[in-house]
Unconditional design. Structure first.
Length: 202
């Protein structure tokens, strides 16, 4: 803008100089042109500085890092544990108590001897009749099986000749001895583990 203004002014100056006859003073003209040129150069510099384009700010592009998706590993499926077989513990069988074997019963006898002479357990009638009592002890744990026998010759008769007695029970046995069987001897009463004898005399 200033340059055009000075250029116009310089053109008018030159025309005016020609009109006024300044061509006769070339030195003045030359100096005037030099001054004007210097001024114009100065103005041009100013104009150039004024017309200097402001530097465009450089925009630094900041690169925002793209977020890389995190790979989440797929969990490995755990193998399903196989069901363990249920162990059924069988209760130990309760041992059946063995029955305690009862001790064999013991036989007792009354009296331990007899005779027809002066003995209250024997009577004289058609035959000699004597009495003996067989007993099963009260402490016996089972029944007593018993039987009677004799070594006296003749037909000796026991009534009863045997049987079974519960613990603590007793029975009266009748012994018939014929008159002709007056030989001394023994009457036997047998139990499971013991035998009692009655001495006989007449």
């Amino acid at each position: 803008m200033h340059y055009d203004m000075f250029r116009g002014w310089l053109t008018r100056l030159c025309k005016s100089s020609r009109n006024r006859g300044m061509s006769k003073h070339p030195i003045i003209v030359v100096l005037s042109i030099a001054i004007i040129a210097s001024v114009l150069a100065s103005c041009g510099t100013t104009t150039g500085q004024a017309n200097t384009v402001a530097p465009t700010p450089h925009v630094t592009q900041t690169l925002v890092p793209t977020a890389t998706p995190t790979h989440v590993p797929t969990p490995t499926p755990k193998p399903t544990p196989k069901p363990q077989p249920t162990v059924v513990v069988q209760p130990a069988p309760t041992p059946t108590p063995q029955p305690v074997t009862a001790a064999p019963p013991i036989l007792d006898l009354q009296p331990l001897s007899m005779s027809i002479v002066g003995h209250l357990d024997c009577n004289k009638g058609a035959t000699y009749v004597c009495f003996a009592r067989v007993l099963s002890r009260a402490s016996n744990q089972r029944n007593l099986n018993w039987f009677a026998s004799t070594n006296v010759p003749g037909h000796i008769f026991f009534s009863p000749s045997g049987g079974t007695l519960a613990p603590g029970q007793s029975i009266l046995v009748t012994i018939d001895v014929p008159f002709n069987a007056c030989t001394q001897g023994l009457f036997f009463f047998h139990g499971p583990i013991n035998t009692h004898t009655i001495t006989w005399a007449c």
